[in-house]
Design a protein around this ligand. Structure first.
Ligand SMILES: Cc1cc2nc3c(=O)[nH]c(=O)nc-3n(C[C@H](O)[C@H](O)[C@H](O)COP(=O)(O)OP(=O)(O)OC[C@H]3O[C@@H](n4cnc5c(N)ncnc54)[C@H](O)[C@@H]3O)c2cc1C
Length: 382
């Protein structure tokens, strides 16, 4: 993989400035565009979606998350959009959007969470009219093309949920509610609420068929991507906790050592799950009869990473104490950012669904999730 360590250092440093100013992460996105990372999954590039690269992609998302959680969130949305285009676009659409990303460094985002009104589409043969608003629009006006989901008036039997890709130059400033975003953390993800009512686009903006967005296994197994960003953020909390303790010469203390060891154990558990989830994704995605297994594995990976991150946050807080969690020291921000970004949809239902799969398949624990010969340890250590 190309070495992006200089970019990561810059993104880390810029986070302090952006948080203090309360502004948009515009410089961060400019650097991201300049780095070439926006097109890394396009045909012929390092992590081409046409080949199997999910472990490497998750590792990259983890690295970006470790440098800057908000940029990690925005970048994950970009990668997710390009993946949906890879899966469901017509050849002509794919050429156009890939060219926008590859040649023109345009940033994409997926905004699926509904605002107060929800989104609906009226589609005729040549246009699509949008009604309603979206919440949690990460990247906001820094995004060039936003994939939004909503109810179409042309449902198929399976679903009425349609994807439409909105060029953000069609979205006037007054539609962006910048006051809607007052979270405890991840402020720089600028996840504003945006009202799309009355926007009319060319029919080419419609991506795929109704129901494609939610199609198994890709929708639910996609949780491994945001989990990778979260895990990278936990690694940053660990690194910054160590730096703080070192600066106070407190690393010889046995209680601090105990907590450092426990943080490392938790993070390594998350790393193994995420790496393995990447391998399982590549191995099982093309096998219809294995999709339930893949989704269950992704669910459990996501929840393990959530537990990892919560444990790291608690141990880090105990390590550094009140002084370590005081602004302008950036551990204070990292704690808020990670705590907030861990709140992802329906965690309880996610565990119920994964447990339901385990119960239905009635396998013993020795082979309930992975085929043993495919385990990560075999891949890494053989
Ligand atoms: C920083 C950040 C950026 C984001 N960016 C984007 C983005 O770019 N695009 C996008 O589409 N989304 C985005 N999101 C939204 C995200 O995908 C989730 O929709 C959101 O975080 C879920 O919030 P929640 O914790 O309130 O979820 P909920 O699912 O409401 O969960 C909250 C709690 O309620 C429980 N619960 C859920 N359903 C029920 C029920 N029916 N009955 C009883 N209990 C229930 C859950 O198990 C959990 O305990 C972003 C979120 C964050 C935090």
């Amino acid at each position: 993989m190309t070495d992006y360590s200089t970019l990561y250092q810059q993104l880390d440093q810029l986070a302090v400035r952006t948080e203090a100013s309360g502004g948009m992460p515009a410089e961060e996105i400019r650097l991201l565009k300049q780095s070439g990372l926006l097109s890394i999954v396009l045909p012929g590039n390092e992590l081409d979606f046409n080949d199997d690269h999910m472990p490497e992609l998750l590792s990259l998302l983890k690295d970006v998350g470790r440098s800057n959680g908000a940029v990690g969130r925005i970048y994950e949305g970009h990668i997710n959009t390009l993946f949906l285009i890879h899966l469901y676009a017509t050849d002509q659409q794919r050429d156009w959007w890939y060219n926008q990303s590859g040649q023109h460094q345009k940033l994409f985002g997926v905004w699926n969470t509904d605002g107060a009104t929800g989104i609906s589409f009226a589609v005729d043969h040549s246009t699509v009219s949008i009604n309603g608003s979206k919440g949690f629009c990460s990247g906001s006006s820094l995004v060039d093309y936003a994939l939004i989901g909503g109810k179409t008036d042309q449902p198929l039997a399976a679903s009425d949920w349609q994807m439409v890709v909105v060029p953000m130059d069609q979205v006037e400033e007054y539609r962006i509610d910048r006051n809607s975003w007052k979270p405890m953390g991840m402020k720089a993800s600028v996840s504003h609420t945006i009202d799309f009512s009355g926007i009319i686009l060319d029919g080419d903006a419609v991506l795929g068929a109704p129901g494609d967005y939610l199609r198994a296994p890709f929708f639910l197994s996609g949780a491994i991507r945001f989990a990778a960003v979260q895990l990278g953020m936990a690694e940053a909390v660990y690194n910054k906790t160590m730096s703080f303790l070192r600066s106070l010469n407190r690393l010889d203390d046995p209680f601090q050592k105990m907590r450092i060891g426990k943080m490392a154990m938790a993070i390594h558990t998350g790393q193994l799950w995420i790496q393995n989830a990447g391998h399982e994704f590549d191995r099982l995605k093309g096998m219809d009869e294995q999709h339930e297994r893949l989704i269950a594995y992704a669910h459990l990976s996501r929840l393990t990473v959530e537990s990892t991150c919560l444990e790291v946050l608690e141990l880090s807080a105990r390590c550094v104490g009140a002084k370590g969690l005081m602004a302008p020291g950036d551990l204070e921000r990292w704690h808020r950012d990670l705590s907030y970004y861990l709140r992802q949809p329906a965690p309880d239902a996610t565990l119920q669904n994964a447990a339901g799969y385990l119960i239905r398949t009635e396998d013993g624990m020795e082979n309930c999730l992975m085929q043993q010969e495919e385990t990560i340890s075999n891949k890494i250590y053989s």
